[in-house]
Write a new protein. Structure first.
Length: 147
């Protein structure tokens, strides 16, 4: 029996229904650590970006998905934490390059910007692409200068 990787996932109300759809579609592939929100009721995206970052910092998951309406607010919040390299992706190429070149560990999605199929395509690309390393290693190491 192979163990499924744990993926932390968090969204505000704008990302709630896409979060639900991703958890349902990828249940066979991943164990989700669902950090909320748990309804369409209005809430603050920053709380969920920080919660995702804390889960990674605590070692509860190595990778994550964050979703808000645009993907912008929640990725700004998450990226204020040293442990997070969140990439806001609107297509497959961005998702793939964020892994190849940036060793992104969190996929950020804007539920009001992209459709569900594009979101799924981004999830597929992000979690099946390995970091290239090499010349990108030193660049990634410089990302935390200043925080
Ligand atoms: C919520 O209305 C919306 O502002 C939020 O989901 C996100 O788009 C913020 O960046």
């Amino acid at each position: 029996m192979t163990t499924k990787p744990t993926i932390a996932i968090a969204a505000d109300h704008g990302g709630f229904s896409l979060k639900k759809a991703i958890i349902a579609a990828y249940a066979d592939q991943f164990d989700f650590l669902d950090l909320g929100t748990r309804s369409e009721e209005s809430c603050n995206y920053a709380d969920y970006g920080h919660a995702l970052a804390e889960a990674l910092a605590q070692g509860r998951a190595r990778q994550g998905i964050i979703i808000c309406g645009s993907g912008i607010g929640i990725s700004i919040a998450a990226n204020r934490h040293k442990v997070v390299r969140a990439a806001l992706c609107t297509d497959v190429t961005m998702a793939r390059l964020s892994r190849f070149h940036n060793d992104a560990n969190v996929l950020a999605l804007g539920a009001r910007i992209i459709g569900q199929q594009v979101a799924f395509d981004c999830v597929d690309a992000f979690f099946s692409t390995a970091f290239e390393g090499g010349r990108h290693q030193a660049r990634v190491e410089k990302l935390n200068v200043g925080i």
